[in-house]
Design a protein around this ligand. Structure first.
Ligand SMILES: [Zn+2]
Ligand SMILES: [Zn+2]
Length: 131
């Protein structure tokens, strides 16, 4: 593993903010001033393919990365895109009981909840907090 790649991996594992590639680039540049955004992207792609990190994708919002690959559940703020880990994961139905036409088997599931974060809830344009 190159030094650049190990720094990117280390820094991503330190945070629980699920940063975008741009945010991670800002963090890593503090340690490796000559690194380019393209290098950060390429290394993130490599680390995702190697199973070292996870890529969190959601339609209409920028891609975020997670240094924790334990298959936990997330909640995403509908307003600012902030992502947090669920402290108490919800039990999923048994996957082996699910049958889908054209699929031999179901092997996993990714669950992402939609929410409104505290900061966005304080803003006037956010929908009222559900009590
Ligand atoms: Zn928010
Ligand atoms: Zn996470």
């Amino acid at each position: 593993m190159t030094r650049q790649r190990s720094v990117i991996l280390e820094e991503l594992r330190k945070v629980d903010t699920h940063p975008t590639a741009d945010e991670l680039y800002t963090i890593v540049r503090g340690l490796l001033p000559h690194i380019s955004l393209g290098t950060v992207y390429r290394n993130l792609e490599y680390l995702v393919a190697a199973g070292e990190i996870a890529r969190l994708e959601s339609a209409g919002s920028s891609m975020r990365f997670d240094g924790d690959v334990s298959g936990h559940q997330h909640v995403r703020c509908l307003h600012c895109g902030r992502i947090a880990d669920l402290v108490h994961p919800l039990a999923l139905p048994a996957l082996h009981g699910i049958r889908v036409e054209g699929f031999d088997r179901i092997v996993g599931a990714r669950v992402e909840f939609d929410g409104v974060c505290d900061q966005c809830a304080l803003r006037a344009n956010a929908p009222a907090r559900v009590k």
